[in-house]
Design a protein around this ligand. Structure first.
Ligand SMILES: [Zn+2]
Ligand SMILES: [Zn+2]
Length: 445
């Protein structure tokens, strides 16, 4: 009779998140022979995870890898982890479980446990079962970057390989009466070319890829110490899934977000300038250039406060003038504008007033702006402006669209086409405008 261990007392370890190892190619493998235990039907092993003391807002995590020949009943006690504990359980392959999240407590108020119950006789092996506070420079950076922090929403599904432990917690194995097997279980580990960690892979079931996604180009692995070459069918990526996410995908997404913002700004500028030009052609069309006095007037009218959150804005420069009715529906910036703080303005974005404000706020907004509650509730196109576009269609397509700004090519897209697309969606909301196809007219010129 052997106990795996009753309690693993651990010393605190500190890491600065990850280490870069320029020497790691991501194409090396190792084999470990892992202690294995034999469970007869109904026997079970329970593992308790005791997260060490930490601060509110710290990342904490737990998890590990395991192997069993037969399907087991795996029960979980989630403790303080509100996110689902991911358990990948494939009999006769290496599997894993774990979670990670931002803690809302300073200590481990509840115990997190995993219980493996044998439904029939089975072997079971464990690898790197751990828990603790997690620190990774890159994750902290993403967490504090409003543009991309939502990319961490599913970070717990990357456990246990996301769990870069800073201080490890205690682990208690309840395995009394469990026999150690005579045989050990083979575990193949592959290196990551970013974090240089060796993480488990399945070589007989490559599709169950654990910490590395498949990649058909990289089908061979070289043993770390010997000349042995391991030939794979599907292959694995050079970097582990979490490194791929943190170092490749998130920065790419951020770039995409910035491009999107730039594209939006260009489009908005073009619509503003179109409305101003149309106003010159038809002075009856209401238009008020964003002048200094308009801004100050609005700021005073709104009591120098953000209309939505009531934050005091002690300088008109801190105010974001909002169109109230969306520019995308061809409403210019005029005396009906709303005074918002930067945060609220970016939340409102292109939403119509009724999509963003509560009914009582709409009533108050109506009093301040002079727009009726009905007008604020409707998501209507500025019909005068739409009509003026149709009246000046030739000029729009053959002159306005050919100004320098609109002829810029961004990532293979001509700004004029993006601009015409958004005008089209406004025109499509009117019965006289939907008959026209601006993009087709532009392309046929
Ligand atoms: Zn990695
Ligand atoms: Zn605000």
């Amino acid at each position: 009779m052997t106990d795996i261990s009753s309690t693993k007392r651990r010393q605190s370890t500190k890491t600065s998140g990850y280490n870069t190892h320029p020497g790691s190619t991501g194409r090396n493998y190792k084999i470990e022979r892992v202690d294995t235990f034999f469970l007869t039907k109904d026997q079970s092993i329970k593992i308790d995870f005791l997260i060490p003391p930490h601060n509110i807002g710290n990342f904490v995590g737990f998890g590990g890898w395991f192997f069993c020949d037969k399907t087991m009943d795996i029960k979980q006690q989630r403790g303080g982890f509100k996110d689902t504990i991911l358990i990948i359980h494939q009999p006769s392959s290496w599997s894993k479980f774990g979670s990670m999240g931002v803690s809302s407590t300073t200590s481990n108020v509840l115990t997190t446990s995993i219980i493996f119950i044998a439904l029939e006789n089975t072997n079971i092996a464990f690898y790197n079962i751990d828990c603790g506070t997690v620190h990774h420079d890159k994750i902290e950076k993403v967490k504090n970057d409003p543009d991309v922090k939502d990319q961490l929403d599913n970070i717990h599904t990357y456990a246990p390989e996301t769990n870069f432990y800073q201080t490890k917690g205690d682990i208690v194995f309840h395995n009394h009466g469990i026999q150690k097997s005579d045989n050990k279980t083979n575990l193949y580990l592959k290196s990551c070319n970013r974090c240089a960690r060796f993480l488990p892979i399945n070589i007989n079931n490559e599709k169950s890829h654990l910490s590395f996604s498949n990649h058909r180009r990289f089908k061979t692995l070289k043993h770390e110490e010997f000349e042995d070459i391991l030939q794979l069918t599907h292959g694995f990526q050079l970097e582990c899934r979490i490194c791929k996410k943190l170092f490749v995908n998130i920065p790419l997404n951020k770039q995409r977000t910035l491009d999107q913002l730039r594209e939006d700004a260009t489009k908005r500028r073009a619509i503003e300038s179109l409305l101003s030009e149309l106003h010159k052609k038809n002075p009856l069309l209401s238009y008020n250039k964003k002048s200094k006095s308009l801004a100050t007037d609005i700021w005073i009218k709104f009591n120098k406060r953000c209309f939505k959150c009531d934050t005091e804005l002690n300088d008109p420069k801190k105010m974001n003038l909002d169109h109230t009715r969306p520019l995308s529906l061809l409403w210019p910036l005029d005396e009906t504008a709303t005074c918002l703080c930067k945060t609220c303005n970016s939340q409102k974005s292109n939403k119509t007033p009724s999509e963003y404000y509560l009914p009582e706020e709409l009533e108050e907004l109506s009093k301040i702006t002079g727009l009726s509650v009905v007008e604020l509730n409707l998501s209507v196109v500025n019909l005068e402006a739409a009509q003026s576009i149709i009246d000046n269609l030739d000029w729009l397509i053959s002159e306005f669209c050919f100004n320098e700004d609109l002829q810029k090519n961004r990532d293979g897209k001509i700004t004029a086409e993006i601009f015409l697309n958004s005008l089209q969606s406004a025109l499509d909301k009117t019965d006289f405008g939907e008959k026209y196809n601006l993009l087709e007219l532009y392309r046929n010129i």
